[in-house]
Ligand binder design. Structure first.
Ligand SMILES: *Cc1c(COP(=O)(O)O)cnc(C)c1O
Length: 356
């Protein structure tokens, strides 16, 4: 279905921040995209309007039962001035998969990408162009129906907001300390682990706080059923290089199917590196380290792209991976993916969508 997008320009554009001081998700652009949904009518009234607070009924379903989903992707301004999105069709597809799990209505995937492109086009002057900066795109959907009964809502709001962001690591890639969580769990078989929803994040905060208090930057989640198998690292996917083979948890419903994860696997296969998407235990990781067979570990996600793991603590045991240095594969993956995103490297997989 084709929707027209109306545009109301912001009469009072804000001053743009100095791109050398950008953090993550603190500053928002002049416009946002909105679209409503009503049962019987479908999605309607696609519009770009000035960025502003959203009015909600206190009884809006999202505020009570967390019927909410979100996505995250980035747009980059290359050295050539070109504006590029990285695999936005995958975000559209994942939105529908998440929506299905949360009983939120499906969206037209091609229109979803068009809406993002239209909004980025209106706020294109906000895309920072220093190395490793980008414009973060946050689409999300909330259940807006005023009703306290428990059932899928009949009214929704789809919103897209934009935020200029700085480099994830100010001084370049640096290895992180990770705490293996064996008390709390993030997901279990049949749960919402594969859906990108605020509810999963709210449930993970307690564990993250615990890890921070102990001096770790993130947690490594184990499977919810046996607390044995490696699943994810914080809000990113996890990879371990053992005997030259790359291990990562399979997509069986408990982990988030990362777009960076998919890109990493694809590039590794291009390079002839063996990738094993299968279950492996944290005990195997520690034993491989002991035997000198674990050469690298890293996490993948849109925010940091690749995040090398320098240290792991599981129960009372600490291990240092690759001498707390960035591994060769981590660095090569980071350089390749960010190179494709910025247009500095050729896009051999057709991942980049350019804005005219
Ligand atoms: C978003 C997310 C990821 C990473 O997905 P990308 O598409 O690579 O950004 C991994 N794990 C969780 C829990 C996430 O929410």
């Amino acid at each position: 279905m084709k929707h027209e997008i109306s545009v109301t320009k912001n009469p009072a554009p804000k001053e743009k921040p100095d791109s050398s001081t950008l953090g993550f998700g603190e500053v928002f652009t002049d416009h946002m995209f909105l679209m409503d949904y009503e049962t019987g009518k479908g999605w309607y009234d696609a519009r770009i309007v000035p960025y502003a607070p959203i009015a909600l009924e206190p009884a809006a379903a999202v505020l009570h039962y967390a019927q909410e989903m979100f996505e995250g992707l980035k747009t980059y301004k290359g050295k050539d001035g070109g504006i590029r999105l990285f695999r936005p069709d995958m975000n559209a597809k994942r939105t529908n998969s998440t929506n299905d799990r949360l009983c939120i209505p499906q969206m037209d995937e091609a229109f979803y990408v068009d809406a993002i492109k239209a909004l980025v086009g209106v706020d294109r002057a906000w895309i920072p162009d220093r190395p490793d900066t980008s414009l973060y795109i946050r689409p999300f959907i909330i259940a807006t129906e005023a009703f306290l009964g428990v059932r899928p809502a009949n009214h929704y709001l789809f919103v897209v907001i934009l935020s200029p962001v700085g480099p994830y690591y100010k001084g370049g890639l640096s290895p992180t300390r990770i705490f293996v969580e064996d008390e709390y769990i993030r997901s279990a078989r049949g749960s919402t682990g594969y859906a990108k929803i605020g509810g999963n994040y709210a449930a993970g905060l307690k564990s993250q706080e615990k890890a921070h208090a102990l001096g770790f930057s993130q947690v490594l989640w184990l499977d919810g059923n046996e607390r044995k198998y490696v699943e994810e690292i914080g809000t990113s996917n996890a990879f371990f290089v053992i005997d030259g083979e790359v291990f990562t948890a399979p997509l069986t419903g408990t982990i988030l199917p990362g777009i960076t994860r998919d890109s990493v696997i694809c590039l590794l296969k291009d390079w002839g590196v063996s990738v094993r998407e299968e279950r492996f235990t944290i005990d195997e990781v520690f034993r491989a380290h002991e035997a000198g067979r674990l050469s690298e570990a890293f996490a993948s996600g849109t925010a940091a792209v690749i995040s090398p793991v320098g240290e792991l603590r599981w129960k009372e045991k600490d291990i240092v991976i690759n001498g707390n240095r960035i591994g060769a594969l981590s660095q090569k993956l980071y350089d390749t993916i960010t190179g494709i995103q910025s247009g500095a490297l050729p896009d051999t997989h057709g991942w980049v969508v350019s804005l005219e």
